[in-house]
Ligand binder design. Sequence first.
Ligand code: 4AD
Ligand code: MG
Length: 488
Amino acid sequence: MSYQPVKQLLQTPPGQTVTVKGWVRTKRESKNAVFVAINDGSTIHTIQAVAETGTLPDDTLRLITTGACVAITGELVESQGAGQAVEVKITDVTIYGPADPEKYPLQPKRHSLEFLREIAHLRPRTNTFSAILRIRHALAFAVHKYYNDNGFFYLNTPIITASDAEGAGEMFRVSTLDPMHPPKTEEGKIDYSQDFFGRETNLTVSGQLEGELGALALGKIYTFGPTFRAENSNTTRHLAEFWMIEPEMAFYELEDNMALAEDFVKSVIRYALDNCADDLAFLENRLAEEEKTKKKEEQQEMTLTQKLRFVIDNDFERLTYTEAVEILRNSKPAKKGQFQYEVSWGVDLQSEHERYLVEKHFKKPVILTNYPRAIKSFYMKQDNEPATNARGEVFGPTVRAMDVLFPGIGEIIGGSQREDDLDKLTARMAEVGIDPEAIWWYLDTRRFGTAPHAGFGLGFERLVLFVTGMSNIRDVIPFPRAPKSAEF
Ligand code: 4AD
Ligand code: MG
């Protein structure tokens, strides 16, 4: 049986027989009629179906409850109710799946996000989560569109890998060995030669190293795939499984990399503004209501749309890590001891510092560059001169890194120009204890036809978090994986 999506029906002129299939959101009975609101996920809106009292069999009427799945056929007529142009005058109802109202966890009211996290299997049926998931889809599409339009090739990098791209040791092991009784070598170590791949393997933390192989052959590539980190950070911005977009470009230097990052992130946000108006308006209202319940000093100064425009309409501020540290050390919160972590040259910035720079100091997105070598990954291109500040103080060596910082989020993108000099790269690897044998294939790119190149990684969920205005990263991925949270 054919049917029309609600999104399409709401734009259809009255006068034809239609069928809608979806889930009942509400049923309301008045003296003369019964009104059923149906949503099928194609849009934030519901379509109203109406039957005169007494025209539906009792058995059918009883099964039309919140959560039930139905097919309704009838004439599309002009609606008498406010807020909708058309409604369906019911002639036939099929109940595909009833939902016992005593047991169905979703009621026609606003549930807390905490509660919905506990029923993650059903939350896509709520307005908030369906809006988020549609925006997530639109952003993913915009990512592919942007790179396709700009001459990049989509490269699929491995999920199971033997390398630790970030060198941070935060990997999930993948093994076919019996965890209780693994085979041992003569020295008593686990004998990975008997493992499936004949070596120790893990889930990828980043597709970058393989992405570099692609860039040094195809010119401009991007990856867009799942990445995994076993970091035990139970924060509102970290997941154990998240999606990352990693472009990698031959012949790009740090400045080109920054320009691309800015253009790219603005472009996908603009796409969401242009294509997700209804869902964004719904989330904006939702946020505005939430704001009303907050104390005055905690209320956001901008609406969701204003925040998105703020990113699109401003040139991102570019400065070095060393300059940022100066600003932070001279800032009011630093002097009043209001930062939880003190800032000094050489320490990694915390999101409180990043957000201060963006939200209070520059009041625009910020790109920080030239970070201390010691706090960044081994593959980043080394600067020739150590960092100095305006007073001529000399600090340690730096690398051609860049982090893009956003309001409310902090780091949304991390990237760098890559070290293309084999000797410098292997010397750095030796310093941080990376075995050149383990990534001989990576070093081959520097041995044969090396080239200046650069790239970055955008955490997809951090982007979705920003665009939807949600505050917890677990609410912008359908099935969040975080410490102690994997039920299905
Ligand atoms: O800064 P990161 O660790 O950089 C890399 O992985 C590089 N290999 C990227 C590259 O140059 N190709 O991660 C990049 C981005 C971060 O800026 C952040 O947005 C996101 O990935 N991210 C996470 N998102 C959710 N949960 C986590 N645990 C994340 N860790 C990083
Ligand atoms: Mg980073």
